[in-house]
Design a protein around this ligand. Structure first.
Ligand SMILES: C[S@@+](CC[C@H](N)C(=O)[O-])C[C@H]1O[C@@H](n2cnc3c(N)ncnc32)[C@H](O)[C@@H]1O
Length: 175
């Protein structure tokens, strides 16, 4: 199945957390999502991502400034299933076989505070353990479980740099 996965990070910042937002982008890109929507981020996040795409390939996109309500509405209008990651949801292991059948997904993660409406807008509220942790960790595990490890084998088109996997040291091919 060719799956299309997009990510949405809901929430305004109380503090500058560019590093968290950048890591959400990098994890989404590296683990098989095609784009991420960030409600509130600085352009620095975009320039970091463009630099990563230029060096390491692919065409992952970050979209800044669209309200989450619009992103969810558009996703639903195009038949995309909305999967909200939250510690209060149903255990991932109990719903994963159903979620794996979906070919178009919007994975939603929150920041410090998630509006109640997000829970009601989602088709699935899914917990990666019922313990509090991190949106980056929850996203990484969900992406991995949904794609069953296929995302680990992905080759990125048009890369300038390519790593030659090595048991010791660093080997990088430049083209
Ligand atoms: C700082 S946490 C806030 C924890 C929040 N009370 C919750 O609903 O999960 C920020 C985000 O991390 C994600 N997250 C944290 N723990 C999670 C878990 N156990 N399962 C799934 N997502 C989690 C959620 O997307 C959450 O909005």
């Amino acid at each position: 199945m060719t799956r299309s996965i997009r990510v949405l990070r809901v929430g305004q910042r109380y503090v500058r957390d560019e590093r968290t937002l950048t890591h959400l982008c990098l994890v989404s890109r590296a683990l098989g999502a095609e784009s991420i929507f960030l409600e509130d981020a600085e352009n620095d996040v975009l320039s970091t991502l463009e630099a990563v795409n230029r060096s390491w390939g692919g065409d992952f996109k970050a979209v800044l400034g669209t309200p989450w309500t619009r992103v969810v509405k558009d996703a639903k209008a195009e038949g995309r299933s909305v999967v909200h990651l939250t510690m209060y949801g149903l255990p991932l292991q109990d719903v994963i076989s159903e979620v794996r059948k979906l070919d178009r997904l919007l994975l939603v993660v929150g920041g410090p505070k998630v509006p109640g409406r997000v829970y009601h807008s989602a088709d699935y509220n899914v917990a990666v353990t019922s313990q509090p942790h991190s949106e980056i960790a929850a996203l990484a595990i969900a992406l991995h479980e949904i794609q069953g490890g296929e995302e680990l084998k992905r080759v990125y088109e048009k890369s300038r740099l390519r790593i030659i996997p090595s048991s010791r040291g660093k080997r990088v091919l430049e083209s």
